[in-house]
Write a protein that binds this ligand. Structure first.
Ligand code: IPT
Length: 994
């Protein structure tokens, strides 16, 4: 590569010619022209292509057309290279600041007509809101400048280059550049002009920039304005019509704080905005201001004087078709969905989103941690040697990034914390960024997780701390120093508010323990909650060889290095489908909590500042899941932080069966993000009288026997079940295996808290070593009772090839009061040393004309649930088709377990096939069930849903127990109390036909 070019591509300092300082993304009435749309495009494999294309007269008619904004790798059906997914790894040699000669380079051209009435503009400015990663601009062949900083805005003065009538703009974009070293976020590498391109006419006497800091003190609003404009632009007028504010500043020196009088404050819960304008004779800027004051007092993070608890998510910009290209309608719907699931905060991981997103956050109401576009994670494997964060050669690049970040979005009330970036080690350049923020915006605290010891940040932050570690952070007087801290540094960090900038890794089926983290927040006020990793999967819509559409992840595009499905770790699937974890999150963080006390219930409002006047309370009573009574519960308005006790209605109790009282807090009127009646919080109370469980009938006098036998709905041949309710059945067989979840498959050693895990070896690997996925059985005996043939007893020894470990399985089929009962005793041998995924029995139900394709049950539902993720599950009656019982995780894995089963009816095209009643064991524990088209072994073998074999056999698994989910794919394993250790278990079922 010619050295001049190489010097350009590998220059850490951020381009040249772009306007500085950066400024706000403003809604101005100055004329502007969107240059979004079709551009001419040519892709070259290297950066060293002739630059003649920049000339005005260059003939581009043979070039193809590409939409702007877009990523070129997602356009043209694979003709423009393909997306690359890496987490920490750099997809090119670590040779900073150099990048490979193979550097895909996109050349873009388009014409535009300069509006005739722009001739009196003072300046014409060309703005790029996002280009990945380094680009250079020419207008009419005139070299304008260059810029790096992919998710940041760059503006250029093109006044001298444009002319009335037709103009040509040419842009060259390199996929790799020095900037790539500081943009190593865990996401797809997606080059191109992926945000808006806009030309604006800056009027003479216009407003360059404005910053309205709108504080809230003692019920009054206060506006501190910073106006950037030429002296000749004055007077400048601030208007907030609704508040009667009309303030004219004759000169820049006159600009002074304005008392806006009594106002309603802005909060994430009541996002009250006031329309404001700031105008000169030549230009008017429209803003929507929210009054709020951010403050740290001791170890509390306060807004408007009240502690904030973040029930947040990490939000990347990801879409299966558009990649990081913003779509306002989709973004709004996504944010509304967050609100419906009780999400109140967003960390913009790990870069500023499209600027419009912050307007939506202001409007819908979120606490936002706005993060700079910065990550150098790939240097970790070098022990951070050469890390740009501590290299003065990169200082200006870091400062440029944070300036562009803060300046662009500074007006938003939703932004309450600035974050310097993510996973960039530590060093003086980060400290310099923080110093710059402190000097520029003294009001909003600075966050950066990598500052473990708290040298330059205002809040203490960690990611993936375990529950006990988080508790230690919230507690004083423990001897254990905090991570990477001396005792003195620990004391410094404990003096600050704490948040988990990432926790509860939501990859695949999981996470568990959300409720344990939540409980800590209410016990230790220093803990301010956190941000689940992450909101959504980043799948890219692709087509399998057989034509099936699927969500692609790392490796699906033939990448040389990649990180597989680690990019699929959201609570939302790529196609916007909420996973059970999102329901769990919603239930765990619900802002209203209930505690029952006899015929009273205490209703506690855990919100930041909003009272409950927007809610209505409804109750209902169900007998064995069937509604018998319902009504409204009169709850007086409860202020934030307060509780109210109210009397419950008389609850009709069923003489037999279960009685459950459910209370829902619902929206009294529609909100911008949910309809009237939307359920915000739910609680259930078990009002059942004691229900005796029929005792196991003790039988003696068994004798070896085989032959054909019918017991109720079951038929046996040689002691083997062959049919149930007239349908062929195979099994039941012992099932100890589940298709490993991403957490089960993780070898990560973040396991200090669990007694069962082996650091560096995944649980799934241990299960495979023990052969749990390939158990075989040997029938030891088949017996019938002496006399009446009303029972059958079998004994099996279950074990795996080349293993001496075994499990004895004793099954007793009998008729009890005319009903068929199956009691299975599962008895492990000595020597099993790992956790087990499940202890269950599996029935395979072949098609038989019409497959078993649905379930109706009374138990926990409607979604799947596991021991450490049970809070969203409620007791009731539910029904579902077989396909909707499983979640389409991007990599097939364990799914569909429904806990707390009482009764289950399997159906086939709507007709009842047979009914299973699950009796609790002597400890009162109930089994769960899974109905699936696939065996765990089949699921475990498939990398994507389309790889699953076609199946007409339905598999019913009844589990005495399941292992928890945990968060080990990036974080702690299943907590010991939810880990399933090998143990003796009993399953008791009553089975009836139809
Ligand atoms: C953490 C990253 O900050 C985040 O971007 C994502 O990669 C997440 O992990 C895992 O999905 S860093 C990790 C080393 C804790």
């Amino acid at each position: 590569m010619p050295s001049e070019l190489s010097a350009y591509v590998s220059d850490p300092t951020p381009g040249r010619g772009a306007l500085r300082p950066a400024r706000s993304w403003l809604h101005s009435d100055a004329p502007s022209l969107s240059l979004n749309g079709a551009w001419r495009f040519r892709l070259s494999p290297t950066a060293s292509v002739a630059q003649d294309f920049a000339a005005e007269e260059f003939d581009d008619h043979a070039w193809e057309s590409i939409p702007v904004p877009s990523h070129w790798v997602l356009e043209g059906d694979g003709a423009h290279g393909r997306p690359i997914y890496t987490n920490i790894q750099f997809p090119f040699p670590i040779d900073p600041p150099h990048v490979p000669d193979e550097n895909p380079t996109g050349d873009y051209r388009r014409h535009f007509a300069l509006p005739a009435d722009w001739s009196d503009a003072e300046r014409i400015v060309l703005r790029f809101d996002g280009v990945e990663s380094l680009f250079r601009v020419w207008v009419n062949g005139v070299d304008i400048g260059s810029a790096g900083g992919s998710r940041l805005a760059h503006e250029f003065d093109v006044t001298r280059a444009v002319r009335p009538g037709d103009n040509v703009v040419a842009v060259r974009v390199h996929q790799w550049s020095a900037a790539s070293y500081v943009e190593d976020q865990d996401q797809w590498w997606l080059p191109g002009i992926f945000r808006d391109v806009t030309l604006t006419a800056r009027p003479l006497g216009g407003i360059e920039d404005v910053w309205l800091r709108t504080g809230f003190h003692d019920g009054r609003g206060r506006v501190e304005a910073e106006i950037t404009a030429e002296a000749s632009a004055f007077p400048v007028t601030l208007r907030i019509p609704e508040l009667g504010v009309e303030q004219v500043w004759a000169t820049a020196a006159d600009v002074a704080p304005v008392d806006a009088g009594e106002v309603e404050p802005w909060s994430a819960e009541r996002p009250r905005l006031y329309d404001a304008t700031v105008s000169t004779a030549a230009e008017s800027i429209a803003l929507r201001v929210g009054f709020r004051t951010v403050e740290i007092r001791g170890d509390r993070f306060l807004v408007n004087g009240r502690r904030v608890v973040f029930h947040g998510v990490n939000r990347h910009e990801a879409h299966p078709v558009r990649g990081r290209v913003f779509d306002e309608e989709h973004a709004r719907e996504d944010l509304a969905r967050m609100k419906r699931f009780n999400v109140n905060a967003i960390r913009t991981s790990h870069y500023p989103p499209h600027p419009r997103l912050l307007d939506l956050a202001d409007e819908l109401g979120f606490w936002v941690v706005l993060e700079c576009d910065l990550e150098t994670h790939g240097f970790e494997k070098l022990g951070w040697v050469g890390n740009p964060s501590d290299d003065p050669a990169w200082r200006e690049a870091y400062l440029d990034r944070i300036r562009r970040t803060v300046e662009r979005d500074k007006n938003h009330p939703s932004i309450v914390i600035w974050s310097l970036g993510n996973e960039s080690g530590t060093g003086s350049n980060l400290a310099a960024m923080s110093a710059w923020v402190h000097a520029r915006d003294a009001e909003r605290p600075v966050h950066y997780e990598g500052d473990y010891t708290g040298e330059y940040t205002d809040v203490y932050s960690r990611m993936y701390a375990s529950v006990p570690e988080t508790e230690r952070i919230g507690t004083d007087g423990t001897d254990t120093p905090l991570l990477n801290c001396t005792p003195a540094q620990s004391t410094r960090q404990r003096a600050k508010p704490f948040l988990l900038c990432e926790y509860a890794h939501a990859m695949g089926n999981g996470p568990g323990a959300l409720d344990q983290y939540e409980a800590l927040v209410h016990e230790h006020p220093r803990l301010h909650g956190g941000f689940v990793w992450e909101w959504r999967d980043h799948g890219i819509l692709a087509t399998a060889p057989d034509g099936t559409a699927y969500q692609a992840y790392g490796g699906d595009f033939g990448e040389v290095v990649h990180d597989g499905n680690f990019v699929m770790d959201g609570m939302l699937l790529s196609d916007d489908v909420p996973t059970p974890s999102l329901y769990e999150f919603k239930a765990v963080v619900q802002p209203v909590r209930f505690v029952f006390d006899g015929d009273k219930v205490a209703v506690t409002n855990l919100r930041h500042s909003a009272d409950t006047s927007d809610l209505r309370f409804r109750w209902r009573v169900e007998h064995d899941g069937t509604p018998v009574d319902a009504g409204d519960l009169e709850v007086p308005v409860v202020a934030a932080g307060e509780s109210g006790r109210v009397s419950l209605p008389p609850v009709p109790v069923a003489p037999e069966g279960e009685t459950w009282l459910t209370i829902d807090a619902v929206l009294a009127t529609a909100a911008p993000w949910a309809p009237q009646g939307h359920v915000v919080a739910t609680v259930q109370s078990d009002r059942s009288p004691h229900i005796p469980v029929p005792a196991v009938r003790h039988r003696t006098g068994w004798r070896p026997d085989t032959g054909t036998l019918t017991l109720g709905a079951a038929e046996f041949v040689d002691g083997r079940l062959v049919s149930l309710a007239g349908r062929a059945v195979t099994g039941p067989r012992l099932e100890l295996f589940r298709a490993p979840t991403d957490n089960d498959e993780s070898p990560s050693d973040g396991v200090e808290e669990s007694d069962a895990s082996v650091p560096g070896v995944s649980n799934a690997e241990l299960w495979r070593r023990d052969g749990l996925d390939r158990l075989t059985a040997r029938r030891v005996s088949v017996e019938l009772p002496h006399g009446k043939a009303d029972a059958l007893r079998t004994l099996d020894k279950v074990s795996a090839a080349n293993s001496a470990l075994f499990v004895m399985v004793e099954s007793v089929w009998s008729l009890e009061a005319g009903e068929l009962e199956l009691r299975v005793e599962i008895e492990p041998s000595r020597g099993w040393s790992t956790v087990w995924p499940r202890i269950g029995i599996r029935f395979d139900l072949p098609d038989g004309g019409a497959p078993v394709d649905g379930a109706e049950w009374f138990g926990l539902g409607p979604s799947e649930s596991y021991p450490d993720s049970l809070r969203a599950a409620r007791t009731g009656r539910f029904s579902s088709g077989i396909d909707d019982l499983s979640v389409d995780y991007a990599r097939p894995q364990e799914t569909g377990h429904r806990s707390g089963l009482r009764r289950l009816t399997l159906t086939s095209t709507g007709a009842k096939v047979f009914r299973v009643e699950a009796l609790p064991d002597t400890h009162g524990r109930r089994p769960g069930f899974t109905l699936s088209r696939h065996t765990p072994q089949e699921l475990a073998r498939a990398g994507h849903p389309y790889e699953l074999p076609a199946s007409t056999t339905s598999r019913l698994t009844i589990d005495a127990a399941q292992h928890g989910l945990g968060s080990r794919s990036c974080g702690p394993d299943v907590r010991p109390e939810f880990a399933l250790r090998p143990e003796a278990r009993t399953i008791r079922l009553r089975i009836t036909a139809g």
